[in-house]
Design a protein. Structure first.
Length: 297
């Protein structure tokens, strides 16, 4: 194995970590892959033999790449982020819950957190993601955001307060989530309005991101309140027979993908035995880029 092959092998060992950082920074699976690829190019142009801690070096480099991408995105954005925005979901099959599965899902990041991260300034997001989610020291983050260590610590602290204040509380038990979602799916299929309302928190919020081209009843929207959300579920009950349970960003959600082509992906927040938040991605263009595994009945 020559030097290039060895370096490529060492990079592949870090790819999962780099992708996780980039996904949390960007909220887009496609852009995360682009950031990881750009990090590989930067490694190829660097003096790899002089890098003592390759994992740490790559993490800070992918963070810098993502920061540049966020700043460019902010510069292009003429209007504030639409409140209907739903980040790209990560989908996995829903298998029997065991300790190994729970450890895997503990590393996932929920769509609710990603939505809150979208409201942060790029430097705040970087400081929070690298330090709070990946334990990168502030001394290593400071040069990326071009601030002193104390100022970088303040960035993360400010972001942390925003996240804690805006992220809904959630039941982490996958078994309880599955029971609630299974009951919701059964009520939707049966057209049982009262059962749907009973499964929804009175102040439930539904966020639907169907993209810019979809119009009519299926267009992007935010719906609030149990009765209004239940009415939405009944409006689209013809798709309930096609919906299947799956793991969406580490929690139990639903995927509607007849013949493997996704029509929608839904993640929820469950607390106190009821659904408090619902996030549906139904943007055809973005769904076509998703890797959708088999889901369960």
């Amino acid at each position: 194995m020559n030097g290039t092959e060895l370096l490529a092998q060492r990079f592949e060992e870090q790819r999962g970590q780099l992708r996780a950082v980039a996904y949390r920074m960007l909220g887009s699976l496609t852009e995360a892959e682009d950031a990881v690829q750009e990090t590989w190019f930067k490694l190829g142009r660097a003096d790899a033999e002089g890098i003592r801690n390759l994992g740490g070096w790559l993490t800070t480099v992918v963070g810098r790449v993502c920061l540049d991408m966020l700043r460019a995105r902010t510069a292009r954005r003429e209007q504030p982020m639409d409140e209907t925005f739903v980040p790209d979901p990560e989908i996995r099959p829903l298998s029997v819950v065991d300790p190994e599965q729970e450890v895997l899902e503990a590393d996932s990041v929920g769509l609710a957190l990603l939505i809150v991260l979208e409201t942060l300034e790029p430097a705040e997001r970087l400081a929070f993601v690298l330090h709070d989610l990946f334990a990168v020291p502030f001394d290593d983050i400071a040069p990326i955001v071009e601030r002193g260590t104390a100022a970088t610590r303040q960035l993360a602290s400010r972001a942390r307060r925003r996240v804690q204040g805006a992220t809904p509380s959630a039941d982490p038990d996958l078994g309880r989530q599955r029971r609630v979602l299974g009951a919701f799916l059964a009520a939707s299929r049966g057209g049982d309005f009262e059962a749907l309302v009973a499964l929804l928190d009175p102040d439930v919020v539904l966020r639907v991101d169907a993209g810019a081209l979809v119009r009519g009843a299926a267009a992007s929207k935010v719906v609030r309140g149990a009765k209004a959300v239940a009415e939405q579920a009944l409006t689209f009950r013809q798709f309930a027979d096609l919906a299947r349970l799956a793991l969406v960003n580490g929690t139990v959600g639903m995927v509607t993908a007849p013949e493997g082509r996704p029509l929608s992906v839904m993640a929820v927040t469950v607390a106190g035995g009821r659904i408090t938040e619902m996030y549906i991605l139904a943007d055809p263009e973005r769904l076509d880029r998703l890797d959708v595994p088999g889901a369960e009945y």
